[in-house]
Design a protein around this ligand. Structure first.
Ligand SMILES: Nc1ncnc2c1ncn2[C@@H]1O[C@H](COP(=O)(O)OP(=O)(O)O)[C@@H](O)[C@H]1O
Ligand SMILES: [Mg+2]
Length: 273
C-alpha cells in the first residue's frame, strides 16, 4: 500500500486529536497530496462534523479543498471476538479502497476500543497530543514524583507497544510514535519546564519522540464552525495576526517532524510566511 497512514491517538478526550487531524489533513491537501480522512470516533463525530462544516463552506467558496472523508462506526456485534473481527474486516477493507491516496489521516476516540486498536496497528505514524498537565502525562506513563523516573507505562503506551508488535508481525513495518504538547498555556511556568523535562527524559523508555507542540489559541476553537483551518484563512480571508503567524509556524514544525519537508513553504504563492 502506498498511502501513508497517520493516526491521531490518546486514550483521553479533549487533548486536540480531532483539531490536529483536521489541520494535518488540510495542510496535506493544500500541498497537493491526495488525502483521505477516516473518523474512527464516528460516534462522537467531531472530525466528521468539522468536515461537514467545511463542505458547507465549500458550497459558498470553491477555493476550499476537501479531503475524501469516511466515518467508521464500531461493530455492534454482541461478542467481543466477533466485534473485533468485524472491525478488523471493515477497517482493512476501507484501507484497501483508500490505498491509492498519498495520505490517510485517522482520528480515534479518547478511549480504548477495538477499532482504535486496529487503526493504530496500521499506522505509519501515531501522533499523541497531550495537555501540559501531569494528569495527562499519567495517561501516557506513570511517573515516580520524587525521582521523575518511570514506574510503569500507561495502558495506552502498552496498547501502542502491542500495535507496534502487531504491525511488525503483519508486514515488518514500523510505527513512528510522536508525542506533542497541545494547548500550551501562554505563560511559561515551572510546571512546563518540569513537564517537558520528564516528557523528553522518558521518550526513549516508552518509544516515542517529542515534536514541537501548539500553544493555546482561540483561533483553533473559532474555525470549527466554518470547517476552515489556519491555512485556509491565509488563502480565503487573508487575515493575519501575530498569533496566527506563530500558530502556522507550529504547524510547519509538525509537518517537518513528519518529514513532510517544505510542505508548508511550497503552498500556493503568498500563503507561506
Ligand atoms: N491549540 C489549541 N488552542 C486552543 N484550543 C484548542 C487547541 N487545540 C484544540 N483546542 C480545543 O480543545 C477542545 C478539544 O479539542 P478536540 O480536537 O476536540 O480534542 P479531542 O479530539 O482530543 O477530544 C476543542 O474545544 C478544541 O477547539
Ligand atoms: Mg476528538
Amino acid at each position: 500500500m502506498s498511502a501513508k497512514v497517520i493516526v491521531l491517538g490518546n486514550q483521553k478526550g479533549g487533548t486536540g486529536k480531532s483539531t490536529l487531524a483536521m489541520h494535518l489533513a488540510v495542510s496535506l491537501v493544500w500541498k497537493g497530496y491526495t488525502v483521505a480522512t477516516v473518523d474512527v470516533d464516528a460516534r462522537q463525530g467531531t472530525f466528521s462534523r468539522y468536515i461537514e462544516n467545511r463542505e458547507k463552506t465549500k458550497q459558498l467558496d470553491n477555493r476550499v479543498l476537501m479531503p475524501f472523508h469516511t466515518p467508521l462506526l464500531e461493530s455492534g456485534a454482541a461478542s467481543k471476538v466477533e466485534a473485533n473481527m468485524e472491525n478488523s474486516e471493515a477497517f482493512t477493507k476501507l484501507l484497501h479502497s483508500l490505498s491509492g491516496y498519498d495520505y490517510i489521516v485517522v482520528d480515534t476516540p479518547g478511549s480504548d476500543c477495538s477499532l482504535s486498536r486496529i487503526a493504530h496497528s496500521f499506522a505509519d505514524v501515531v501522533i499523541t497530543p497531550v495537555n501540559e498537565s501531569f494528569v495527562d502525562l499519567d495517561l501516557l506513563v506513570h511517573v515516580d514524583g520524587s525521582s521523575a523516573t518511570m514506574l510503569k507505562p500507561s495502558i495506552y503506551a502498552e496498547m501502542v507497544w502491542n500495535q507496534k508488535k502487531e504491525r511488525a508481525v503483519r508486514d515488518k513495518g514500523q510505527i513512528d510514535w510522536i508525542v506533542l504538547v497541545n494547548r500550551m498555556p501562554n505563560v511559561i511556568s515551572r510546571n512546563r519546564q518540569e513537564f517537558e523535562k520528564i516528557l523528553l527524559a522518558l521518550s526513549k523508555r516508552i518509544g516515542y519522540r517529542v515534536a514541537t507542540g501548539f500553544k493555546e489559541r482561540v483561533i483553533f476553537r473559532e474555525l470549527f464552525l466554518s470547517g476552515l483551518t489556519l491555512l485556509d484563512r491565509d488563502v480565503i480571508s487573508a487575515q493575519t495576526s501575530l498569533s496566527h503567524i506563530a500558530a502556522r509556524q507550529e504547524l510547519k514544525d509538525l509537518l517537518r517532524a513528519l518529514n513532510i519537508a517544505d510542505a508548508y513553504s511550497s503552498l500556493a504563492s503568498g500563503v507561506s510566511s
